[in-house]
Structure formats: C-alpha cells, structure tokens
Design a protein around this ligand. Structure first.
Ligand code: DC
Length: 232
C-alpha cells in the first residue's frame, strides 16, 4: 500500500455534520483538519466585538481594514478530542459557536475581500496535502484539484435538531424554531452569494446523511479514500 497523501474537500449545507466527519476522518488518516467555517466565524466575532455590525449589516470597509490584524490558528486538543480555534493566540472556540455569531456570519462571509483572505490562508494550510478541509467552496474554489470531494447534506429539520442538541448540551438556552430559521436562512445566503457560493462541484460525491450514523458515513468515506490512495 502506498502512502499517497491527498486533499479531501468536504462541502455542504450548514449543520449537516461536516466537521464531525472531517475531524474523525483526519484523525483516522493522520491528516490535518481545517475548519474553514470557524475562520469566517472568527472574523464575525472580531466584527461584533468592535461594533462593526449593526442590525446584521456589517460596515464592510471596517471589516476589510481589520483583516490584517486577524491571525487564525488551530490546535488539536487531545483531552477534549477536538480542534480549538485561536484568534491572535486567544482561545475563542466556545465564543465562535454561539448563536449571535451564527446569526451574523453569513453577511460577513459574502464580503469578497474576506473570502479572498480566507482562501489564501486555506491554500497555505493545504500546500503539503494530507489535509481534510470542510466548508462551502473547498472543492469549487479553494482546491478545485482536490483528489476527493464530498458534498454533504441532510434535511433542514434534521440539521436544526442536531444543532439544537449540540447547543442545549453546552447549556445554551435555545429555541428550535429560531435555529431552524437560522439554518434555512444560511442555506439561502450561502447558495446565492456572488463570491464562493455553496455549490456542488461537478466531480463531488454526494453524501446525504439524513439516515446514516456517524460510523456508517465515516466507513463510506474511508472506502472512497482507499480507492484513491491504495495502489491496486
Ligand atoms: O460551517 P459553519 O456553520 O461553521 O460556517 C459558518 C458560516 O461561514 C456559514 O454560514 C457559511 C460560511 N462559510 C463560508 O462562507 N465558506 C466556507 N468555506 C465555510 C463557511
């Protein structure tokens, strides 16, 4: 068996378990995992902290000017078994998952300059291959030549239910209808924005996990990786 390292691009709708799958996959393969949604969330957090967003409308110029002071890094936390996101060395993992960030991230992610800078950093992270990256435009824009592209999806209700449980378990007071509205709203903005819209790459494999367990979807994906990396 050869040890060919590849780029695995995982795109799809919000809250359909992309990061859960990407993390398990990276762990099993010994690859780096990059959560690109977390990167857009960090930019949003900075904008919220600085008052650059009013009534969900960002002051585009202020966000663009602020980009040069945003340094995003990830560290694998062995104890928690999760990736931790840092903003200029500060652990912001919990803060970027809060509903306020989720509710403001879409307009931030439509700013072309924000996307260009994030894409630049993402390419830098993947230049040595051996990386699993999840997001919306990984297989279409960031790495159009990725060896394996997966497009994940599940019904909006199932996705909202999953996010509801995730936030409730963390102790957040959340409302299912509000989360469902957020999931559907983000689908719409993600799919219709001008730059880097959520779109299935022509050569992506579709994975609808509405009725699949985590183990089943991981097994399916690993079999696809093996088809590419193992010499026959
Ligand atoms: O995957 P997530 O829900 O954490 O992503 C947060 C937001 O960031 C989501 O609303 C869409 C945006 N995003 C994007 O525009 N491009 C990416 N590659 C990843 C996420």
């Amino acid at each position: 068996m050869s040890e060919k390292k590849i780029i695995i691009a995982i795109d799809g709708h919000s809250s359909c378990g992309k990061s859960t799958m990407a993390k398990s996959l990276a762990k099993q393969l010994g690859y780096i995992y990059i959560d690109t949604g977390a990167m857009y969330r960090v930019v949003t957090l900075v904008a919220l902290r600085n008052g650059w967003i009013n009534n969900k409308v960002p002051d585009t110029q202020k966000v663009i000017n602020g980009l040069k002071d945003i340094h995003i890094t990830f560290k694998w936390d062995e104890k928690l078994g999760q990736n931790t996101t840092f903003l200029n060395g500060e652990n912001v993992e919990t803060e970027i998952r809060q509903l306020e960030v989720s509710q403001n991230v879409s307009p931030i992610s439509t700013i072309a300059e924000v996307r260009h800078e994030m894409v630049r950093q993402q390419r830098e992270n993947g230049k040595n291959k051996g990386v699993v990256m999840d997001g919306r435009d990984i297989g279409t824009v960031v790495f159009p030549d990725a060896e394996l592209k997966i497009f994940m999806t599940a019904s909006p209700e199932i996705r909202a239910q999953r996010r509801f449980l995730e936030l409730s378990e963390k102790g957040d007071k959340v409302n299912f209808e509000e989360i469902l509205a957020n999931v559907e709203g983000r689908d719409k903005i993600d799919s219709t924005r001008a730059v880097g819209p959520l779109k299935q790459a022509d050569d992506a494999l579709v994975l609808d996990n509405s009725n699949l367990s985590r183990e089943e979807q991981l097994e399916w994906t690993i079999s696809k990786v093996k088809e590419i990396t193992e010499e026959k």
